[in-house]
Design a protein around this ligand. Structure first.
Ligand SMILES: [Zn+2]
Length: 255
């Protein structure tokens, strides 16, 4: 049988996609802190370096650090208390907590390796230290869960799949859909895992985990405007998250 140009292209396209999948599946490892198996292509040192490299850039995008030294110190202390009393202290990451000056964007986020940020716009909406602990606990969850590193491995896979799709033209439609679905699905999972870890860390550090539910309500109100908080981004609907947070509180309080 002779392969025509078009069939050859499809075969090649499928081969490239298969190569990407094999590489992706070959990079599976168990996260010792969450017990979850995930595909990672970065070392923890690389994660820390990426975080440190990007921290000043992220800060600049939010008007730099907030000038109030006392408030910075407070954010730092709450973050440190969460790290010191949980599995986070056993990870190789170097946690640093930053209050950003940005008075408009309601947001909090974590870079790989331990650089964690909260904007003043979100900070000023909080009524308690426990609520701040809920946000920082959730962000520490992203770091411990290695979500950024996992995303990077996924986007490598998605790029390979897209290349295969371009080569294979016809087979491409299906292949690129697989890549997209995978990314979305894991984004949702990231938020839920971080909520779960956030609750666990709060309880271990002596904070009231119900405050994370209050945070969800604060974010829901805040999203009445145009700004879309990271906590809600394109992910699970807040009601669903509240239910899961409640379940996590019951689960970890029993232990
Ligand atoms: Zn998050």
């Amino acid at each position: 049988m002779k392969l025509g140009g078009r069939s050859l292209k499809i075969v090649l396209g499928v081969a490239i996609v298969a190569f990407g999948l094999v590489r992706y599946c070959g990079s599976q490892e168990e996260n010792p802190y969450t017990g979850r198996t995930q595909a990672i292509n970065l070392s923890t040192d690389e994660e820390i370096a990426i975080g440190l490299q990007n921290a000043p850039i992220m800060a600049e995008q939010h008007g730099g650090l907030h000038p109030d030294a006392q408030l910075q110190e407070f954010v730092d202390q709450v973050g440190k208390k969460l790290v010191d009393n949980t599995i986070a202290r056993e990870t190789p990451y170097e946690y640093e907590f930053h209050l950003l000056r940005d008075p408009n964007t309601v947001n909090a986020f974590a870079l790989p390796g331990g650089q964690i940020f909260i904007t003043y716009a979100l900070m000023e909406r909080l009524d308690s230290e426990d609520q701040l602990a809920g946000i920082l606990g959730h962000e520490i969850g992203h770091v411990v869960g290695r979500h950024s590193a996992e995303r990077i491995a996924q986007s490598e896979l998605a790029n390979t799949v897209a290349t295969g799709a371009q080569v294979g033209a016809d087979a491409g439609m299906l292949a690129s859909q697989i890549g997209q679905t995978l990314l979305l699905k894991n984004g949702r999972g990231d938020e839920l895992e971080s909520d779960d870890l956030g609750v666990k860390f709060m309880i271990e550090a002596g904070y009231n985990p119900e405050a994370l539910i209050e945070v969800m309500q604060i974010l829901k109100e805040a999203s009445g405007g145009q700004s879309v908080p990271e906590f809600q981004s394109s992910h699970p609907d807040p009601e669903n998250r509240i239910e899961k947070i409640q379940a996590a509180i019951e689960k970890y309080r029993l232990n």
